[in-house]
Design a protein around this ligand. Sequence first.
Ligand code: TXA
Ligand code: MG
Length: 323
Amino acid sequence: MAIISSFTARTLTDAATSLRAGNLVAFPTETVYGLGADATNSQAIAKLYAAKARPTDHPLIVHISSMVNLDRWAQQVPEYAIKLARAFWPGPMTLILPRTNLAQDFITGSQDNVALRVPAHSLALALLAEFEAQGGLGVAAPSANRFGQVSPTSADAVYQELAGYLTPKDLILDGGPCQVGIESTIINCTQSVPEILRPGAITASMIFDHLGLAVKQIHSASNNLKIKAPGLLQSHYAPKAKVFLSTTPKPGDGFIALAATPTPAGVIRLASPKNNQEYAQLLYQALRLADSKQIPNVIVIPPSGNDLAIAICDRLERSAYKS
Ligand code: TXA
Ligand code: MG
């Protein structure tokens, strides 16, 4: 598969044509890199699941270039979902809505709803617009990693994850590092009130401040990383290194914490983000760095706050080692 890093109208046309032909195209979004496939093509979607080794009952997010295309995929869209889409699209937010017939079982995991997102990345939007200009209706794109691994936030990371599983016809579009760094906020819009299923950069407090809309949160708003019984948490976003939260690092351990926290002697600093936004941006890259340095144990001091910290702590809880 080829990695493309300089773009002309022609390269984007060709990438869209390749998607339309049923090939896979990895592309950058503002959150993480996605592995794209034509969301109406069952064979392309089968290739996508195989490349990721993802169980087929895990549904995919359909990416569209604008909320104008929402009605093709979703119906009975509640008023609050329209407000959310107007306020936060393009952006790091995915809406779960009742599906139309266009959203077939092979992308929804046979559920009656469909996940939709308009990403805020110029390259992604240009690709989606070109794909739609060629008659396409939506691009299914999970994070471009093998199932259960850390999402890629650079084209290099996509290559490391998937090179062995893509064909010569598939493409990786290199749009540089992702700005947000963790996956989109997923909001269930199939009930009378919206509910955050996966926290992300669009937070409940932002939604309340912008729209006066109260959103239920499946994850508690506190960032106290309560000890939960091992096995209750789904293991995900996990590097090869064992991740330990809020413990004291020993010499030779990897260490991730805000810049204000000093590095103990002999410990390998993997990231020193200045604030929570930078923390989200750097987290996955830092976990990958641990693996490339073959560091067995990584100690992470989670951030606190009511903003992106909620999403960062959610990912950390899931990536943490369970004995
Ligand atoms: O930021 C993102 O959302 C990235 C970029 C590429 O857009 N995509 C992403 O996709 O994170 P993925 O497949 O790695 O994670 C999507 C999550 C999965 O946990 C999936 O189960 C859930 O969204 N999901 C998708 N469709 C759903 C549906 N209809 N109902 C409930 N959950 C759904
Ligand atoms: Mg994923």
